[in-house]
Design a protein around this ligand. Structure first.
Ligand SMILES: [Zn+2]
Length: 289
């Protein structure tokens, strides 16, 4: 088993192919611990959790990257976010028993969007993916081939303890020849989930690509972090508007908001709400876990 949640980039130097391997253990278990996900929901959430750090390593990206799927279900909402600092969070809503595949049966009539904050003064790039293909990895590969014009393949795997994945992509401005590409894809196709979960990146690459000149870069740490705060929750209440906030106060005595990513609960009473609309902050209460 991998000790740490991490990402490794590598190069197949003679083939113009770059790759990424991601292992998530703690991070994935943190996400799984927040809700009782049925197997089909768990699988697509795990696949999305692995896809984010794989994809984030191939695009220019300074702030946050979000993958969101909104559809008619059985999985009605899927949101996974990763930051340039290597933190991640994710959650899903579901309405019924979820099949494991194909993607269209998991998400229904869905739009999959990828939002990338470039880090330059609020600049956001947004792309939309069709929920086509057998699994999320097929839809994402297709999307990246279209948007970046780079041959891309992803392998996303998870169970109830671990999640891991591999990405292969043609180097920009240097197309691999199709024999090299097909051979690399074929080799990664042979990797089973259990093997990937248990094999360190260095061993895995040596095993798969022993005929190639392989360069493996240092590990980058990944971890779960929600990033929500009482201040951001207060901003949500501000977004509701004074009238709506007051009517919830009259009805319920306080406004209680639970973060769906980390289950932190924030309670705002009348005094807090008054302060939010007076000066945009709510002093005097603490965040509950
Ligand atoms: Zn949170």
């Amino acid at each position: 088993m991998q000790a740490k949640d991490s990402r490794y980039r590598f190069l197949l130097e003679n083939s113009n192919i770059r790759g990424v391997v991601v292992y998530l253990n703690e991070t994935w278990r943190e996400v799984l611990g927040r809700a009782d996900y049925p197997a089909g929901v768990r699988d697509i959430l795990g696949h999305a959790m692995v896809a984010m750090p794989l994809l984030a390593s191939t695009v220019k990206f300074g702030g946050r990257m979000t993958l969101q799927a909104k559809g008619s279900g059985p999985v009605t909402l899927l949101v996974v976010q990763a930051t340039a600092e290597g933190t991640q969070r994710g959650m899903a809503h579901w309405s019924a028993d979820t099949p494991l595949a194909p993607l269209a049966c998991v998400l229904g009539d869905a739009t999959l969007s990828i939002q990338i904050e470039t880090g330059k003064r609020g600049e956001i790039y947004q792309g939309v993916v069709n929920a086509h293909g057998e699994q999320l990895q097929d839809a994402l590969a297709h999307y990246f081939e279209n948007s970046e014009q780079l041959q891309t393949r992803l392998w996303l795997m998870c169970d109830d303890q671990q999640a891991a994945g591999i990405l292969l992509q043609a180097l920009p401005d240097a197309d691999p020849n199709s024999d090299d590409w097909d051979r690399a894809v074929h080799l990664v196709d042979t990797v089973a989930a259990a093997e990937l979960f248990e094999t360190p990146a260095e061993t895995l690459l040596r095993r798969l690509f022993h005929e190639d000149q392989t360069r493996l870069f240092d590990a980058e740490a990944l971890r779960f972090e929600c990033g929500c705060s009482r201040e951001r929750t207060a901003a949500l209440i501000q977004g509701l508007g004074r009238a709506e906030a007051d009517s919830i106060l009259v009805e319920q005595g306080s406004i209680e908001i639970t973060c769906e990513f980390c289950n932190s609960r924030n309670v705002f009473d009348g005094v807090d709400v008054e302060a939010i609309f007076r000066d945009g902050s709510a002093p005097g209460s603490q965040m509950l876990h």
